[in-house]
Design a protein around this ligand. Structure first.
Ligand SMILES: [Cu+2]
Length: 381
């Protein structure tokens, strides 16, 4: 009832229901509970209380907290804590500002890693210094609008939510306060949960895959209002910016498209790093709008563009696709040194609006893979 009411108030109710009913019935693999997966068994509160508890300190993106890739079959309760901040940030090199809302003071919020069957337990803190109520909707969870119904916190309050991470993959989380969901999301409130299979990642033939480093990239489409002269407007507060921002959002044309909160955030001192021979996992989340990541000079060796590890990964991709409202993953083993660009390959969004970062790779050049046979020079007869 509650969900129906919610959808109806968002103007989505009838269309969504009709589509579901009209879906053709076809023979296919079901998403039924997995066999031979005791970690997914239903547990009573007493049984959950006996599970091992692990407390994890989150780290700021693009880094991801330390974690194991493979673990034993016994699930754990993994505790996280995030604090919400509201503050003005610079979003480009010209000093354009926005009143951001953030989980743990970063865009995206920190990435949380657990394993399939674990219970994720988050304490969400909304300090009294903030002005707005917030909450969290986990796409990895089941029920209560993703947890949003159970985590509404006013300034000065906190709440703790536990959910069973019973599907592997990368899933976004985001704030979703009734009446202003889109605004809180585009102002910065999204991040990723990665639920790893307990026996690690596998390629499409079932062989184990391992990564040496992981980076998390959150892409944000921003809608900064302009004045009559076309200059970006500056506001004294979040509330003051709301009306104009909503109008800009309704135009569906972002003023900026940025990785990790600002044009150039993943360049220079903020660039990602790797070495030749290292395998890097790139997590890419976009809570609101589609994007198409590409590594210039590289590939996606193994890509879960839908982000769900029960699916076999695609291989050798040039460009992959992250649907607005999801997170996907690409694995790449670097073979050449140099500066790589990691971009949204709508190149206008990358080069003009900001959706680009760098990966600095050390190591020896491989002439077999590429060689400059003769450098640029005058045309010869
Ligand atoms: Cu919020």
């Amino acid at each position: 009832m509650e969900r129906r009411h919610f959808l109806k108030s968002a103007g989505l109710g009838v269309a969504a229901g009709t589509t579901l009913l009209a879906a053709p019935v076809q023979a296919r693999e079901t998403a039924a509970p997995k066999k031979n997966a005791p970690w997914l068994a239903a547990r009573t509160e007493e049984q959950i209380a006996k599970l091992e508890r692990v407390k994890v300190d989150l780290v700021a993106p693009p880094m991801v907290h330390k974690h194991e890739q493979k673990v034993g079959p016994e699930p754990r309760v993994v505790e996280f804590r995030m604090t919400i901040s509201e503050r003005e940030i610079e979003v480009d090199r010209d000093g354009t500002t926005m009143h951001a809302m953030m989980f743990d003071d970063s865009m995206p919020g920190p990435t949380m890693v657990v394993h399939e069957g674990d219970y994720l337990e988050l304490t969400l803190v909304n300090p009294a210094t903030n002005t707005m109520p917030h909450n969290i909707d986990f796409h990895a969870s089941t029920g209560a609008l993703g947890g949003a119904k159970l985590t509404n916190v006013n300034p000065g309050e906190q709440a703790t939510l536990r959910f069973k991470a019973d599907r592997s993959g990368t899933f976004i989380y985001h704030c979703a306060p009734e009446g202003s969901v889109a605004w809180h999301v585009v102002q910065g409130m999204h991040g990723t949960v990665m639920v790893l299979p307990r026996d690690g990642l596998k390629d499409s033939a079932g062989n184990p895959l391992h990564y040496d480093r992981v980076y998390t990239i959150g892409e944000f489409d921003l809608y900064i209002p302009r004045d009559e002269k076309g200059n970006f407007k500056k506001y004294g507060s979040s509330a003051e910016s709301y009306g104009d921002t909503l109008e800009a959002m309704r135009g569906l044309i972002p003023s900026h498209v940025v990785f990790n909160g600002k044009v150039g955030a993943l360049m220079g001192d903020g660039a990602m790093k790797a070495k030749v021979g290292e395998t890097v996992l790139f997590i890419h989340s976009q809570a609101n709008r589609d994007t198409r990541p590409h590594l210039i000079g590289g590939h996606g060796d193994w890509v879960w563009e839908l982000g769900k590890f029960d699916d076999p990964p695609a291989k050798n991709l040039e460009t992959w696709f992250i649907r607005g409202g999801s997170a996907g993953v690409a694995l790449y083993t670097f073979k050449q040194p140099g500066v790589y660009a990691y971009v949204n390959h709508n190149l206008i969004e990358a080069m003009e609006l900001g959706a680009a970062g760098h990966v600095l790779v050390e190591g020896d050049w491989n002439d077999d893979l590429m060689k400059q046979v003769s450098p640029p020079g005058p045309i010869k007869a």
